[in-house]
Design a protein around this ligand. Structure first.
Ligand code: ATP
Ligand code: MG
Length: 452
C-alpha cells in the first residue's frame, strides 16, 4: 500500500456505514471522486463506498434501512441512510467491454488494491478508511498535487478496455484545469477513433461535463481530434479562414474562444460549440476577396438538431440549443424598446436573456469587436425596461370577450383583430390601455376591413 499519510474528513453518516461493515468483519472504504475532491479541498457531491462484502452481505448489514440492489450484477447496493442514498459496491474487476457499454462481466475480489487498479485515473483511484486515512496505491495524491490526469496502468490497454475513459480524461482535465500525462495523451490521440463505438448516452454525459469545465478552451484546442470523432461536422471548421476583417481568428479558434467566454451551463456551452458549424457550408467570397457566410445560422441550426439527436440529448435541451444557434446572429444595433419588445414577444424573456449572453460571447470571441460587454449591458437594461410591458395577447388590456361585446361575431376575426392590436402595441403605435385599445378596435370594425 502507498503511504497513507494524508487524511480527509469522513462525514458522520459515511462513518456509520463504514464502521457497521467493519464491525461485521468486512473491509470498507470511501473511494473515488469523494476522496479526490476532499483532498482538493472541495465538498464531494456524493460518497461512494467499496467493500469486500458481497451485495447480499451488505444488504444484511443494513436490514434496518431501505436498501436497493441497484446493480447486483455489478455488485452495487444503494443504502438509504436518513433518506440520503449511498452506493456500496463490492471490490471487483471488470472483464472486457465488447459492446463498449457495459463490462461483459465482473468478478468480486478480496483486495482493495485490485479494486483501485480497475479505476480509470490515479486521482480517482484513492480510498479512505473510517478514520479518514487515505490509501493511495498508484500515486494519485502526487498527481493531484501536480495537476495531472494519468491512467492507472497502461493507457493503451485501459482505453482499449473502455474507450469512454478517453473522454473522461478530458472531462477531468477541463474541470480541474489539469494536464493529461504524456503517455495518456499519446494513447488518446492514437485510439480516439474507438469512441465511435461507445453508446451515445455515455458520451453525452462526459461531453457536457467537459464543456462545462473551466479549462474547456485549452482542452478542446489540444484534443480537437477527439471532439471531431464525436461531432465530425465540426472538422471543416478547423483552420477555416474567414476572409473578413470582423474576424481575427479561424472558425474553430473563434468557436473555442466563444465556448470559453460564456457561462458554464450545458445549453450555453453547446450553443457556442455549435453556433458557427454552418459556416464552412455557407462560405462565399466576393470580388473584393471578402468572405461571407449568408445563412450559416440556419444551416447550423439544422446540423445542430441532427447532432444533438444523435447524441441523445433530451428534447428540451436540443430545442433550446437549436434555437440559440439559429438566432445567434440577431441584429441588435438599433437598440430600441420596440425591437426588444418584438424579441421578447417572439422568444420569451428568458430565451432573450440567453441570446444576449450568446451574442456577448460571440462578440468577445471575434477578437475585433469593441464593446461587446457594453452593448450587452445596454441590451440587458432594455430587456429589464420592457419586462413590465405588454408583449403577448394575455397581457393585453383588451381581450376576445371585449371584442364580442363590441359586436364582432365569434370566429377567426376576433384573433385577427387582437393580433393587429398587439402588433400596434409592440410597435409603440398604441398604448396598452383599455379605452385606447377599445376605440382602435372600433375603428377596425367600422372600417369592416376584410384584410384584418
Ligand atoms: P464526479 O464528481 O464527476 O462524479 P467521479 O470520480 O465520482 O467524479 P464517477 O463517474 O461518478 O466519477 O465515477 C466514480 C468512480 O468510479 C471514479 O472516480 C472512478 O474511480 C470509477 N470509474 C467511473 N467510470 C469508470 C470507467 N469508465 N473506468 C474505470 N473507472 C471508472
Ligand atoms: Mg461520482
Amino acid at each position: 500500500m502507498g503511504a497513507g499519510v494524508s487524511r480527509i474528513v469522513i462525514p458522520a453518516r459515511v462513518q456509520t456505514i463504514l464502521r457497521r461493515l467493519n464491525a461485521a468483519g468486512f473491509a470498507a472504504y470511501a473511494v473515488g471522486g469523494c476522496v479526490r475532491d476532499s483532498l482538493r479541498g472541495e465538498l464531494p457531491a456524493d460518497w461512494d463506498i467499496c467493500t469486500d462484502a458481497e451485495p447480499e452481505q451488505t444488504a444484511d448489514c443494513f436490514s434496518d434501512c431501505r436498501t436497493v440492489l441497484t446493480g447486483a450484477r455489478y455488485g452495487t447496493v444503494t443504502v438509504l441512510l436518513d433518506g440520503a442514498p449511498y452506493e456500496i459496491t463490492t471490490f471487483r474487476a471488470e472483464h472486457g467491454y465488447s459492446d463498449s457499454r457495459h463490462p461483459d462481466g465482473v468478478t468480486f475480489l478480496r483486495s482493495l488494491r485490485d479494486d483501485l487498479a480497475r479505476r480509470d485515473f490515479t486521482v480517482n483511484a484513492m480510498a479512505a478508511d473510517a478514520d479518514g486515512s487515505v490509501i493511495d496505491c498508484f500515486g494519485g495524491s502526487e498527481d493531484l498535487r501536480q495537476g495531472i490526469i494519468r491512467c492507472v496502468g497502461d493507457p493503451e490497454r485501459r482505453f482499449t478496455e473502455d474507450a469512454l475513459r478517453m473522454l473522461r480524461a478530458l472531462r477531468f482535465a477541463s474541470r480541474f484545469g489539469f494536464m493529461v500525462a504524456p503517455e495518456t495523451e499519446t494513447a488518446i490521440h492514437a485510439l480516439c477513433g474507438r469512441l465511435r463505438a461507445v453508446a451515445p448516452e455515455r458520451l453525452r454525459k462526459e461531453l457536457s461535463g467537459l464543456l462545462c469545465g473551466d479549462a474547456v478552451q485549452g482542452v478542446l484546442e489540444r484534443f480537437s481530434d477527439v471532439i471531431t470523432v464525436l461531432i465530425p461536422e465540426l472538422a471543416p471548421c478547423i483552420g477555416f479562414r474567414q476572409w473578413n476583417y470582423h474576424h481575427k481568428y479561424d472558425v474553430w479558434e473563434h468557436t473555442l474562444r466563444a465556448v470559453g467566454a460564456i457561462a458554464p451551463t450545458e445549453e450555453l456551452r453547446l450553443a457556442m460549440l455549435l453556433h458557427d458549424i454552418g459556416k464552412p457550408a455557407a462560405f462565399t467570397m466576393d470580388k473584393q476577396l471578402i468572405g461571407h457566410f449568408y445563412g450559416h445560422a440556419v444551416i447550423g441550426a439544422a446540423m445542430t438538431e441532427t447532432i444533438l439527436r444523435r447524441l441523445r440529448y433530451d428534447r428540451r435541451t436540443a430545442e433550446l440549443v437549436t434555437l440559440l444557434v439559429r438566432e445567434h446572429g440577431f441584429y441588435l444595433l438599433e437598440d430600441t424598446q420596440k425591437r426588444m419588445r418584438r424579441l421578447v414577444s417572439q422568444f420569451g424573456a428568458e430565451t432573450v436573456r440567453l441570446l444576449l449572453q450568446v451574442r456577448r460571447a460571440d462578440g468577445i470571441a471575434t477578437g475585433t469587436a469593441e464593446g461587446a460587454e457594453e452593448k450587452t449591458a445596454v441590451a440587458e437594461r432594455l430587456l429589464e425596461s420592457v419586462s413590465s410591458q405588454c408583449v403577448s395577447l394575455p397581457q393585453m388590456a383588451l381581450n376576445g370577450q371585449d371584442l364580442l361585446r363590441l359586436g364582432v361575431p365569434e370566429g377567426p376575426r376576433i384573433g385577427a383583430i387582437l393580433r393587429a392590436l398587439l402588433d400596434a402595441v409592440l410597435d409603440g403605435r398604441l398604448e396598452n390601455e383599455r379605452e385606447t385599445l377599445r376605440s382602435a378596435a372600433r375603428e377596425m370594425i367600422d372600417k369592416s376591413d376584410e384584410s384584418i
